[in-house]
Each structure stands twice: as C-alpha cells, then as structure tokens.
Ligand binder design. Structure first.
Ligand code: SAM
Length: 318
C-alpha cells in the first residue's frame, strides 16, 4: 500500500526496481501500514522498465569482460533518477551536508563511501544532515545496515533505494549517484527488493510518531545508551536500561507458569530498580552468548563491566 499524502514533513522512500509487484502486501501490515495510512511516511515504487525505450523494455545486458549473468543497464536507472529529480552526486547540494565525526573516529555520510566499515556504527548527526535526500544502492558489497544507520536514515526527508538484480547494477550508477551502498547481511540475495523492504521497515519505525509508544524504539536491541534517554517518566524510575549497543533482555507475559517454567519472580515484584538490574544482567548475558562482538563497542558502565566479569567467570565454571 502506498500513501498518496505528500508534504515536506512526510518522510519519503522511493524504490527503483524491475519488480514493483514484489512489494505488494509487504507494507500492508502492522506499524508500517499504519504509518502509511496516517501519512507519516510515503513509499513509492518505480518500475525501471518504464524508463526503457526499446520494444522489449530491456533493463539488462551482458557484462563487459565476460563472465556469468547479466548486469542492470545504467540508462534506465539514470533516467528514473532524473525523473525523481535526483541529480548526480557531484551536482547535489545535499552532498555538502555531512555527519559529524565521532570523538574517536572521523567520518561523514559522504566519507562513509570509503571509510572503514566499523565507522558507520559510530557516526553522529550534525545540524544540516537531517531533512536531506540520500540515494542508496542495495548491495551484498555494501557496508552493513545497522540500527545506527536506520536511526540516521529516519532523520532524512527522502531515501531513494536502488534494487539490483542479476549480477548487480552497472558500477557507474553507484559512482555517479549513490551516497552509500548498504548490505543487509553477509549472504547473497537474488535481488535488492527484500533488502529495500528491510531498510524501509527498520528506518520507518524510527520516524517520530510512527511507533505508538516512542519509548519502545528506545529500549530495544542495539538501542542507544542511558545517557541519551530521559531517565524517568513523570517521576517514575524506568525499569529498563538503554541498550547502549547491547541486545535486548528476554520478555515474559502471562501466564506466570508455562510449560513447567515460571516467569522470573523479580519481574513480578514491582521493584523498578531490581527489575532494571536484572534486565541489564540479562542483556549482558545474551549479548555475551550470541553477539560477543557487540560488547567491544557497547556503552558499558563500571557496574556493567563488573557484572560482565562475574558472568564470564560463572561461564568458565570458576
Ligand atoms: N554479484 C553480486 C555479488 O556477488 O555481490 C550479487 C548480485 S545479487 C545476485 C543481485 C542483487 O541483489 C544485488 O545487486 C543487490 O541489489 C541485491 N543483494 C544481494 N545480496 C544483498 C545483500 N546482502 N544486501 C543487500 N542487497 C543485496
């Protein structure tokens, strides 16, 4: 479903694809459907074949140099982008808006094209970035699409997503038009459409107003640290810590007993401090078990480090 409500405040996604029908139904559920219906966000699909001029509506051609498969031709893509008012990067004024360097590594959205991949988890916003347009090529060769990137994209006015097919897109489209190549994981999909849907979903839910309860976007896996979140709600201490780059803690609901397992008692005693502490410990345990790599970049307090040390010793059987 595509909302036709367009205003300068509404975030807009444009998806360039040879399979616009692929998206039928994909945006018609839950939060995404509501955001579109309420006109908070729009998603437009653009059929690349509409920008061809031959009888067969040809969008691909054989690769120079030989080898397997076909390559998406540059002309239909360039024409589609021009039709959307997207000039080559060199001519776009938004190219001068950058993301400020983090304290320990320099970088901007533009420089992310060539910066080491680890940096894209660290960039922070500079005034002037929000509200711009970015053109993104979905590619297995791209830098990882992370929650941090999703948060940054959610601040933009417009995100244009190019879906490759076959062996990919003629590289000159990347060089001339794309601000960034994004990969949704270390595997090869048959096309960029699924990846585009992932990017739209993850970024859209972070657009202000889209999540019914804005806090649910703050307290989840890969979320920001406590320091970036209001600590209390109307004087009531929160029962969660900001993830600070860790995974989420486990969740439980009624019944209190299920399959012979009881939900943790601590969650039922109403003591927010205890619940907060227990949840933090679970976040650390889960991250250590499933994604120890995240711990290297997580925002950990002295208490977290102590807890982590104890968990490690426990795991080692000390
Ligand atoms: N020859 C390419 C390679 O080895 O990297 C793979 C091309 S793939 C079969 C076709 C298209 O699917 C790509 O152009 C890209 O748009 C999309 N794609 C595949 N894997 C992806 C991933 N992990 N993330 C984002 N897009 C992906």
């Amino acid at each position: 479903m595509v909302s036709d409500t367009v205003s300068s405040e509404v975030m807009r996604f444009d998806i360039l694809t040879i399979f616009p029908g692929f998206f039928t139904g994909i945006f018609e559920h839950g939060i995404v459907r509501r955001a579109l219906a309420e006109g908070l966000v729009t998603v437009e699909m653009h059929d690349l074949r509409a920008f061809t001029h031959d009888r067969h509506r040809t969008v691909d051609d054989r690769p120079f140099g030989g080898g397997e498969g076909m390559v998406l031709k540059p002309e239909p893509l360039a024409e589609a982008l021009a039709g959307l008012g997207i000039a080559p990067r060199a001519e776009r004024s938004s190219r001068s808006t950058t993301l400020a360097p983090d304290q320990d590594n320099g970088g901007s959205f533009d420089s992310l094209r060539s910066a080491p991949a680890a940096q894209d988890d660290r960039f922070v916003e500079e005034p002037g970035f929000a509200g711009g347009t970015r053109v993104i090529l979905l590619s297995a060769q791209g830098r990882p699409f992370t929650q941090t990137v999703a948060r940054e994209l959610a601040k933009l006015e417009r995100v244009v997503l190019i879906c490759g097919r076959y062996e990919g897109v003629d590289e000159r489209i990347n060089e001339l038009y794309c601000d960034m190549e994004l990969s949704i994981g270390d595997y090869v999909l048959s096309g960029g459409e699924l990846a585009a849907a992932v990017v739209v979903d993850a970024a859209m839910r972070l657009v202000p107003g889209v999540l019914g309860n804005q806090a649910s976007g703050e307290f989840e896996s890969f979320g920001v640290a406590d320091a970036e979140i209001d600590s209390d709600v109307e004087g009531v201490p929160r029962s969660q810590h900001g993830a600070g780059g860790l995974l989420d803690y486990p969740h439980y609901t009624r019944p209190a007993e299920f399959g012979g397992l009881r939900a943790p008692e601590v969650l039922m005693n109403g003591d927010h401090q205890q619940i907060r502490r227990w949840r933090r410990e679970q976040q650390l345990r889960k991250t250590l078990a499933n994604r120890p790599d995240l711990l290297e970049r997580a925002a950990l307090s002295a208490e977290d480090r102590k807890l982590l040390g104890a968990i490690r010793r426990e795991n080692a059987g000390d």
